[in-house]
Design a protein around this ligand. Structure first.
Ligand SMILES: Cc1cc2nc3c(=O)[nH]c(=O)nc-3n(C[C@H](O)[C@H](O)[C@H](O)COP(=O)(O)O)c2cc1C
Length: 242
């Protein structure tokens, strides 16, 4: 997808009030010329539709001239018990009709938030394709078997890294982290099975809404959102004003 966005030279001039030498953020905007999306083309459930868009994003990533890097990178937003939000990028490692799965440390900041408040959102920022997908739902831990299966598929170094890092805790220095890793590497040489840490595992985000956003000209974007009352209810497709 090479022509999903184009820059309008008429809109690149300076804006009053912007500091000299700074990027002119007020005038910085892309013009979307992408094809629209229609309700009639959308399947009954959002997972199938996600599969179509994900396949496009992944094909872009696989193509050396493609515009997407790490199509499975998504922004996970959580909120703590007081409603204070935070966001970070993680990698989608699986999805099916049960939900969207990522792996992390169960003692990290995001995990503490989820323990207090399971409501989360996921955002896939496929900007170069003028697309984004936003999922809202609740996060639940994957079963231990599923976690262990995925952990075993990770490279040896990443397995050790999961043990070496008390994710999101304050540490004294980089040297401290490197020493912890070196000690683990000596204990578990390459080729040896590393057990999955008990404080590490997956979350499955079970969606209650999935929005597909397609950028269009004149900011008249297409937004189609699947919603359902609960995980056993059927999906309804809605069109949202841009
Ligand atoms: C491209 C990218 C992919 C990442 N993937 C993961 C991931 O799959 N799991 C994870 O725990 N952190 C991942 N991170 C690091 C997180 O963004 C974050 O720094 C970390 O999870 C700690 O977040 P927290 O303190 O909010 O819990 C990734 C970061 C980037 C930039």
């Amino acid at each position: 997808m090479t022509d999903s966005r184009a820059t309008d030279p008429d809109e690149s001039g300076p804006t009053a009030g912007s500091p000299a030498g700074a990027a002119d953020l007020a005038a910085m905007r892309a013009h979307y010329v992408a094809e629209g999306i229609a309700e009639a083309d959308f399947p009954a459930d959002p997972f199938e539709q996600f599969g179509h868009w994900f396949a496009r994003a992944a094909a872009e990533a696989a193509d050396p001239t493609g515009v997407i890097h790490e199509p499975n990178a998504m922004v996970v937003s959580t909120a703590d018990a007081q409603g204070r939000p935070s966001s970070r990028t993680v990698l989608l490692k699986g999805y099916d009709t049960r939900g969207f799965v990522f792996y992390t440390n169960y003692e990290s900041g995001k995990a503490r938030d989820i323990d207090a408040n399971p409501h989360v959102s996921l955002l896939f920022p496929w900007h170069p394709m003028a697309r984004q997908v936003i999922v809202t739902g609740t996060a639940e831990r994957t079963g231990r078997d599923e976690t262990v299966r995925y952990f075993r598929s990770r490279p040896h170094g990443s397995q050790l890294g999961a043990w070496a890092s008390a994710q999101s805790s304050v540490i004294g220095s980089r040297a401290e982290l490197d020493a912890a890793y070196a000690e683990l590497a000596a204990r578990h040489p390459e080729g040896e099975q590393v057990p999955a840490p008990p404080h590490w595992g997956g979350y499955r985000v079970v969606p209650d809404a999935v929005e597909f956003w397609q950028g269009r000209t004149d900011r008249l974007h297409d937004r189609l959102r699947y919603v359902r009352e609960d995980a056993s209810a059927p999906w309804t497709l809605q069109r949202l004003s841009p």
